[in-house]
Design a protein around this ligand. Sequence first.
Ligand code: NAD
Ligand code: 0WE
Length: 258
Amino acid sequence: MSGSLSGKRGLVLGVANKRSIAWSIASRLAEADAEMAFTYQGGRIEKGVRDLAESVNSPLVTSCDVRDDADIARAFDEVGEAFDGKLDFLVHSVAFAAAEDLEGRFTDTPRDRFWLALDVSAYSLVACAHAAEPLMRDAGGSIVTMTYLGGERAVPRYNVMGVAKAALDASVRYLAWDLGENDIRVNAISAGPVRTLAARSIPGFGAMEEIVAQRAPLRRQIDGGDVAGAAAYLLSDEARNVTATTLYVDAGFHSMGM
Ligand code: NAD
Ligand code: 0WE
């Protein structure tokens, strides 16, 4: 298939397994003939990520812990080498909070785990945008990150992740201003609950999916494919004048007051 993603080169952060939102996006982009490098965190998931990457003929799979500046610099150096110093897009699909902070009370979040959640889930976008800019500067580029309504409104138990998403959302706007002068766009996709492996481990996740299916205007749940379609649009030239925005892929749930 050829289209406005054909021949584009990108980096995808955040594939852990085949259910990851990052993988839903990557497999859709591969169908549109994009070429992608992948980073993963930790040896435990390396084999799985390598197998997935191989299935879309990826030229590069490398580890990257986004808490580590040197690791980010090395990974982006490798990307530059694999893609002749050029990068068209970046998919940032990374978040982490300690499991105990996604239950119970936000009030109980200790200082070190507050900063851990913000480091991995918000600052990492700033660090990656900084590293991507030199590779995107000549031809322009598109950066997409994944956010959630819990950064704008209080969602019980989303807690410190909500605070991290608020920081991520604001970072999107400031990055869009800075990088806009080099024709680099920065946008977020706000997805409703998607049944990824990480999400399934969250107590009460099934109940949240049901609430969305009852209350959202479209009265149904969303899946990784829905998110992938939105990402393909934002990463394509079709979205050439779209930046600093949030595209909701949540069956309309965010619009409701009751
Ligand atoms: P996932 O577990 O598949 O993806 C999260 C990724 O973050 C994993 O690949 C993990 O390896 C990576 N990660 C964690 N700590 C890292 C670190 N220190 N360095 C590098 N990578 C690290 O789960 P997902 O649901 O696909 O989440 C992807 C993104 O989508 C996240 O930003 C999440 O907040 C967002 N999101 C998810 C949902 C949902 O319901 N699943 C809804 C809206 C937004
Ligand atoms: O962003 C998310 C979840 C991201 C996430 C998931 C985990 C599970 C495993 C971050 N950190 C961790 N840490 C782990 O140890 N979502 C939007 C999905 C989600 O998570 C919730 C939600 C929703 C929706 C947690 C509580 C309430 C609602």
